[in-house]
Design a protein around this ligand. Sequence first.
Ligand SMILES: C[S@@+](CC[C@H](N)C(=O)[O-])C[C@H]1O[C@@H](n2cnc3c(N)ncnc32)[C@H](O)[C@@H]1O
Length: 346
Amino acid sequence: MIKYLGSKRTLVPLLAEIVGGLGVESAADLFAGTTRVGQALRRAGTRVVSNDTASYSEALGRAYIEADGAVDRERLRRLIEHLDALPGVRGYVTETFCERARYFQPENGMRIDAIRAEIDRVAGSEVERGLLLTSLLEAADRVDSTVGLQMAYLKRWAPRAAKPLQLREPAEVEGPAGRAVRCDANELDEQLAGIDLAYLDPPYNQHSYFANYHVWETIVRNDAPGHYGIACKREDVRERKSAYNSRRTAWAALSGLIERLPTPWLVVSFSNEGFHDLADVRLLLADRGYVGEVAVDSRRYVGARIGIHNPAGERVGSVSHLRNTEVVFVCGPHRGAVERATRAAA
Ligand SMILES: C[S@@+](CC[C@H](N)C(=O)[O-])C[C@H]1O[C@@H](n2cnc3c(N)ncnc32)[C@H](O)[C@@H]1O
């Protein structure tokens, strides 16, 4: 699974327990990112719609949420072997992310270029394409030279960057096959008709995922965009903003979404470090039904744990605090079910 800021790795068992406790059959993961949460819900027997604005999340969704028993795994393995054996070719990834910037060693960058071009030639379906792209993203993530964000690369090569890129078959996820979509969560309404529950894990501060994961976006889109700055970010990072990343627009986006969602059940994750006062979120949800909550004290993201660094890469000052609180709200029409789900999870 790729390194991802805000990934719900530690909260996944709790979320699966809550959703399982509500006894729903279908769920939409509206800000799916790595698709971790959707995968856990699928394993627990829920049919999942996985949505995010990011192209890489859509690829992961095809591999882990949409792929089912109809995938010819023998053929997939043969394709992965073929891709893994391709000689490198110097292309956009090598020039931009290995020579101008230093996210990957050039030998790995050249192999990423060769594999990415061949995926579009050999993929027999959108799901197969998603599986091959996922295999490439996960392989690239294992040999990158970052702390898990693509705002910058490390000053000195990370030791893992010296390892040769190696493709692996994405794991099969048990459970009912769902759907992967790539939409603004606030424009999804019609696609959610008949879905029982929506899980919301929106960005909660000004840090843009599109900017932080621009390398994954470019590898998946394969569109060789113009770029700027030392980090070689896509030029469209300057224009493409999520309403959830601005203090000015985030509340209207969140409240508009919560008011309009057609699903009877909502599960919403929030951190006490975000733009919103959690009491306001609680009140907003109370308009839609009974509200329960579970608070989780979790370790802060890796950037905070390694301390604060100046532009020369030297450590300065100390980290203010290492813990934050994540709150999971559960909201729906039956008080007993909300109480049972939150009590069991707590
Ligand atoms: C906190 S992360 C979600 C992490 C995810 N739950 C996981 O475990 O990997 C927020 C996600 O929202 C996506 N996003 C931002 N604005 C969006 C919007 N308007 N509609 C849908 N997705 C959006 C980002 O691309 C990012 O993947």
